[in-house]
Design a protein around this ligand. Structure first.
Ligand code: HEM
Length: 503
């Protein structure tokens, strides 16, 4: 295998090339746009043609820090130009629900790598648009909705992997260890089981290759909600990092293609589907009989399976990894959740997802963990497919719109002492979990995360299973304010904890 050399997700030279290309393009767009008057929200003025591009490039600060300065200056909705694209950032939950829920706001910026590898402009669910997106998303949701009733059983799959994770943690015998690889592999096993039906051994060669390549994809992709990566002209600029990403992406496709081929060779139309690929083959067969193929074919099956792997792996693993770090920092909070676990579930029975209804302390503690350490700074950007409005302002067709989670979750204007860990902020006067205040980690509107139910099951079962059996503490030298690695998600830097078994 060729040596893997990590590269920055978007290299500086790419941006310089992009600037040159964009200058020409923007000039023509600027000329064409003369005479049309839109009422834009306030925001940084930026430079003619380039807009605020250089403010985000020529800085050592993170993108979200720069945008939060603008947010503090300009308010609930801000807008600015990046080359030829107008970007809107929503800093208000209700506004995010209203705008992202609009029929005009369902688009995504296309990912050129997908076209390079599949030869098709618009396949899959996470980066597709129009009728293909509607059809593929509806189908994915219908498969996930059937979960736990028949076919794919989320709770059973997650419970089995939680058990394997506990066995791995127990092997550490209270010595310091990094929980992230264990969480990553356990979540990866859940998502591959859902897509392919196979439970891989942790040391299976195929599975190991997939873990390695998917980690590289997550590293190379850059922030999922990144504002610069949502500018179409930049997404199209070639770079060494993108060439490397294309290779890694293709290796993940190979894994899925192998699974599709083996499912096809064993396909029995009279047998109930037990995983996503099988459900999809049933749909293709049914539609062929009805002479109503729609967008159901093997390229869409490949891309949708990839999207589920991509969307459902690092996101959940990052959220759980941060939660374990946070809980290890706050032994008092752990004790409160543990007492609730003992009261509601006891020490013998495994936690069930339905237990959450009787467990306000656990739910509010999980909500506070996700607020304090959001997996993304911004929601995956949407593209306006038609001219539309946000309050009194215009959003012209083609604009990119995102929601600023780092502001909504951590701003002192919205939360009392936002950097303090206080799970009780999510309890109402009756001591019940107040769902209305919960951080909107799964997005809002029509493209809201279709894996929400699965992710909630994973987070709840993993955290309660660990706290039922172990007391967590930070290993010596690990900081409470652990830095994070801004890649596909805000992954924690490597850290170590102790897990002391409760006897
Ligand atoms: C804690 C875990 C997770 C978080 C924080 C998360 C968050 C998100 C967010 C913010 C979006 C973008 C929503 C938008 O565009 O408005 C999204 C989309 C998506 N997520 Fe998740 N997600 C998680 C887990 C999962 C899981 C487990 C799966 C699959 C099983 C999944 C699959 C997807 C897919 C396919 C999309 C694209 C939907 C579309 O474009 O229509 N996610 N997720």
């Amino acid at each position: 295998m060729e040596e893997y050399k990590p590269a920055a997700s978007y290299s500086f030279s790419s941006y310089i090339l992009a600037v040159t290309l964009a200058t020409v393009l923007v000039y023509f767009i600027y000329r064409r746009g003369q005479g049309r008057k839109f009422h834009y929200p306030p925001g940084p003025k930026g430079l003619p043609l380039f807009g605020s591009f250089f403010s985000l490039i020529f800085t050592k600060r993170q993108e979200y820090e720069v945008v939060n300065d603008w947010t503090n200056k300009y308010g609930d909705v801000i807008s600015f130009k990046l080359l030829n694209t107008r970007v809107y950032v929503l800093n208000n939950v209700q506004m995010s629900h209203d705008v992202m829920g609009s029929l005009s706001m369902m688009g995504r910026v296309p990912v050129p790598i997908i076209k390079t590898l599949t030869g098709r402009e618009n396949p899959g669910v996470a980066f597709s648009n129009g009728d293909v997106w509607k059809e593929q998303r509806r189908f994915l949701l219908s498969v996930f909705k059937r979960a736990d009733a028949k076919g794919i059983r989320f709770e059973e799959i997650v419970g089995a992997q939680a058990e394997r994770m506990l066995t791995e943690i127990e092997k550490t015998k209270s010595a310091r260890f990094d929980p992230q690889p264990i969480i990553n592999i356990s979540i990866g096993s859940i998502i591959t089981k859902i897509v392919s039906g196979i439970t891989y051994e942790f040391d299976d060669d195929d599975f190991h290759r997939l873990v390695t390549h998917s980690n590289r994809v997550f590293d190379l992709l850059g922030p999922a909600g990144g504002i610069l990566s949502s500018v179409p002209i930049l997404a199209a600029v070639p770079s060494p990092a993108k060439r490397q990403l294309t290779k890694e992406w293709d290796t993940m496709y190979d894994f899925i293609k192998k699974n599709i081929a083996s499912h096809k060779s064993e396909f029995n139309p009279n047998q109930e589907a037990a995983d996503y690929i099988e459900s999809y083959l049933h749909e293709i067969a049914k539609r062929t009989t009805e002479n109503n193929k729609g967008s159901f074919d093997e390229i869409n099956l490949l891309e949708c399976s990839f999207d589920v792997l991509l969307g459902g792996w690092e996101t959940s693993a990052t959220t759980i990894s941060w939660s374990l770090h946070t809980l290890a920092c706050y032994p008092e909070a752990q004790n409160r959740v543990r007492q609730e676990i003992f009261d509601v579930i006891g020490q013998e029975r495994d936690p069930r997802f339905s237990d959450r209804h009787q467990m306000p302390i656990a739910m509010s503690t999980i909500a506070e963990c996700t607020r304090l350490r959001p997996a993304f700074d911004f929601h995956l950007p949407h593209v306006a497919e038609q001219d539309c409005q946000v309050g009194e302002y215009d959003i012209p067709k083609g604009s990119v719109v995102t929601t600023n989670m780092s502001h909504l979750f951590l701003s002192p204007t919205l939360w009392e002492e936002p950097l303090e860990f206080r799970p009780d902020r999510f309890l109402n006067e009756d001591g019940q979990f107040d769902r209305k205040r919960e951080p909107i980690i799964f997005g809002t509107g029509r493209r809201v995360c279709p894996g929400e139910q699965l992710a909630r099951t994973e987070i709840f079962l993993f955290i309660t299973s660990i706290l039922q059996r172990f007391t967590l503490s930070l290993a010596e030298g690990v900081p409470k304010d652990l830095p994070c690695y801004h890649r596909f998600t805000n992954r924690p830097d490597p850290y170590q904890i102790h897990a002391e078994k409760i006897v």
